[in-house]
Structure formats: structure tokens, C-alpha cells
Ligand binder design. Structure first.
Ligand SMILES: Cc1ncc(COP(=O)(O)O)c(C=O)c1O
Length: 381
């Protein structure tokens, strides 16, 4: 008996579709309805008192729910609107020096993160090549990181291929030359267990939308307490002040998780996001991962049996929760799958991304490849 299936009833969309897209938008927990009602009731009945009764603290209190999943201490995680903005806040906190102006990452880094760094003045970008489009080879990255490197913003799991990077050697190399590592765990958090203390990056950033089932509007940022107090974000605001309600003329950075905040938080999104975080925290990512590996193994086996190319690592230890499958005319196949109620997505160079989560059944996994194969055959006829 698959114990995790008892959670299915908490995700209404599972009754309406074969939901295989949790690497893009995790299914909505039923509890979000009540949580958003609570938000509206609070606003309506408590009015401005709501700030003192929880709203002000929420950007960090909800971060704590993620903190528990990733091994962070209390008040070490703050929440923001999205990964790109969290990346900008982090970058604004790094010391700037013309002699240290390199940013190093692999070509397979998520585009939004790349666009942000490309747009920064006075920064030299080194994007290391990934010739197979699946793996981000370690050697070129390690070689590119030197004394001139300021930041290494990398993904734990590559979004297109689900390649799970061995990030420890990258972090070690970066630290040996005084560079900061900003680890994007969007595609791992909630699907692949990790511990921020053990990895030792300077910053860990990710969002709610995918494996955490938290919906749009919330990203999390963990700042390693070993670097936190010496960093002063230039993208800042009153919430990051040690005494925000004294409205002082000068900034005095908070010494807690509030230090990396800026203005008023996205309160309704936090109400929605906490439901998914609680469920993932309650189940535990180790159990999710064990099941995910079984499902992705099966997906690969079935896809290969049908002669489809697989653009994700075969080694489960190097793979996140997604399998990218490339039938002929993958884009049209994915569109037809969606039309038939099999929710997946398509990414150029990756093919159809299939991403089962803890709430999926093995029958759904099998039916997805079966349907893909049927559609491919119909299109070829
Ligand atoms: C690895 C990774 N980073 C970042 C993002 C998106 O970030 P944002 O929250 O800025 O939209 C995604 C979304 O697909 C992603 O897969």
C-alpha cells in the first residue's frame, strides 16, 4: 500500500486530470480555500490590527515552514515575491569591487536568473558550456571560479533536464577563492532532500510554485548566518530595519531574518503558500523522494521501451523529480496530452517534461507514457 496516496483527497485537481506537472505548478491543496478565507476574514474583521496580530511577522514566520524542510534555523528564512527578486536582493548585498566582478554559472541556469545578472552593470558573466543539454559539467565551472569571482548563482536541479548537480565541490571552490554561492533550489526543494547547513552555500533561494505546492507569489531566501550580519542589501526597505516603527532617518539593519526584506509583504500569497509547505513538511521530503525515484525510474523505462529519447539523467542519484521525454514532434504531443487531461509541459531542447509528485499513482505514471505513445502513433499515421 502506498501510504502517500492518502494525501490525494487534499488536492482536488487530481480528480479532474492526470496531474504530472508538479515541476511547474504543484497541485493546489484544498486547505488553500480556508486559508484565503481566513485572510479575507482577518482583513475584514480585524482591519489594521491584523498587522500586530500576525501579518507583520508573516514574511518570516511562513519562511520558517520552509526552513524546517531545508534544515534552516528559526527566523533564518525570509519570503519574497519570486526567485528573480530574491536573487536581486542577494546580489545587492554583496560587496562590490572592480577587481572582483565575475559571475559564474552554467549555461543551463534558469533564464530569468541569467537575465538578471546579464543586466547588471560592470559584471563579467562566464556561462560554462553544457554540450549535451542535460548535465552541467563540473570541471568548466570549477575552472572558471577564481579570485575575480564575486558570485556563483547555480541551480541545484537543472530545470530542463532535472540534472541534480553535485554542488558541494562548487561551493568549496567558490569559498576557497572568496566567492559567494547563491544556490537555486527551486527544482529540488520538496522533491529532493537537502540540508542547507550541510551544503554550506551562502544563500539558498527557491519558490513556492512547484514541488512545495505553495502557489504563485512567494519565494524563500535562506541566508547563511555566517555571512548574514556582514551583508547590507542595497535593495532594502523599512521591514529590514531593526526598529521599523521608529521611522528613523537612517537605516539600521535588522539582525534577524528580516534583514533581507524590504517593503510590505504579499500577505494573501503567504496565506496560500503555507498550506503546501505544511503538507510537505508533515510528509517529509525523504519519503517523497523515495517514491519519486520509483516513479521516474518507471517513466524512463517505459519511454525507452517505446523508443523515445530521454533527456534526463538515467542515474537516479543525479536526477530530480522530472523526466524529460522526447517523442517525435514533442511540442504537439504535449499539447495533445494536455487537451486529453494529462497535464505536462514542453520545453525546447528538453521535450515533454513529466513530473509526478507524492500524490500521483503508478497507474497515472504508466497511463501518461501510454497516452504519449498513442498520440505519437496517431500523429505519425
Ligand atoms: C530553477 C528555477 N529557478 C527560477 C525559476 C523562476 O523563478 P521566478 O520565481 O523568478 O519566476 C524557475 C521556474 O521555472 C526555476 O525552475
Amino acid at each position: 500500500m502506498d501510504e502517500l496516496l492518502k494525501w490525494r483527497k487534499e488536492f482536488p485537481i487530481l480528480d479532474e486530470s492526470v496531474y504530472m506537472i508538479s515541476n511547474s505548478l504543484g497541485a493546489m491543496p484544498r486547505a488553500v480555500y480556508d486559508s484565503l478565507r481566513e485572510y479575507a476574514d482577518t482583513w475584514n474583521h480585524r482591519g489594521v490590527r491584523a498587522w500586530d496580530e500576525g501579518w507583520w511577522e508573516m514574511a518570516v514566520a511562513v519562511g520558517d515552514l520552509v526552513g524546517r524542510i531545508i534544515g534552516a534555523g528559526p527566523e533564518e528564512v525570509s519570503t519574497h515575491q519570486n526567485v528573480t527578486l530574491a536573487e536581486a536582493i542577494v546580489f545587492s548585498s554583496l560587496p562590490r569591487d572592480k577587481r572582483r566582478n565575475k559571475v559564474v554559472y552554467s549555461e543551463l541556469n534558469f533564464p530569468s536568473v541569467r537575465y538578471f545578472y546579464q543586466a547588471q552593470e560592470g559584471i563579467e558573466i562566464v556561462a560554462t558550456p553544457c554540450p549535451d543539454g542535460i548535465t552541467a559539467p563540473l570541471e568548466p565551472l570549477l575552472e572558471a571560479i577564481d579570485e575575480r569571482t564575486l558570485a556563483v548563482p547555480i541551480s541545484h536541479v537543472i530545470f530542463k533536464s532535472a540534472y541534480l548537480q553535485d554542488v558541494k565541490p562548487i561551493i568549496e571552490k567558490a569559498h576557497s577563492v572568496g566567492a559567494y554561492v547563491i544556490l537555486d533550489t527551486y527544482q529540488s526543494c520538496g522533491a529532493v532532500p537537502f540540508d542547507v547547513q550541510e551544503l554550506g552555500a551562502d544563500f539558498v533561494i527557491g519558490g513556492s510554485v512547484k514541488w512545495l505546492c505553495g502557489g504563485p507569489g512567494v519565494a524563500y531566501l535562506w541566508v547563511n548566518p555566517q555571512v548574514r550580519d556582514r551583508l547590507q542589501p542595497r535593495l532594502t526597505g523599512w521591514m529590514a530595519h531593526e526598529h521599523p516603527f521608529e521611522f528613523l532617518p537612517q537605516m539600521e539593519y535588522s539582525r534577524s531574518g528580516f534583514r533581507f526584506l524590504n517593503g510590505t509583504p504579499n500577505v494573501p500569497a503567504l496565506y496560500a503558500a503555507r498550506c503546501g509547505y505544511r503538507i510537505i513538511g508533515e510528509i517529509g521530503v525523504d519519503r517523497i523522494r523515495a517514491k519519486s525515484v520509483r516513479m521516474t525510474e518507471r517513466l524512463i523505462e517505459l519511454a525507452l521501451e517505446r523508443g523515445f529519447r530521454v533527456n534526463s539523467p538515467r542515474d537516479p542519484a543525479r536526477r530530480g523529480g522530472t523526466v524529460s521525454i522526447q517523442p517525435p514532434d514533442a511540442k504537439r504531443v504535449s499539447q495533445e496530452l494536455i487537451r486529453r487531461g494529462f497535464l505536462v509541459d514542453y520545453r525546447p531542447g528538453a521535450g515533454v517534461r513529466v513530473a509526478p509528485h507524492f500524490y500521483n499513482t503508478m497507474e497515472e505514471v504508466e497511463a501518461t507514457v501510454e497516452e504519449m505513445s498513442r498520440i505519437a502513433a496517431e500523429m505519425a499515421a
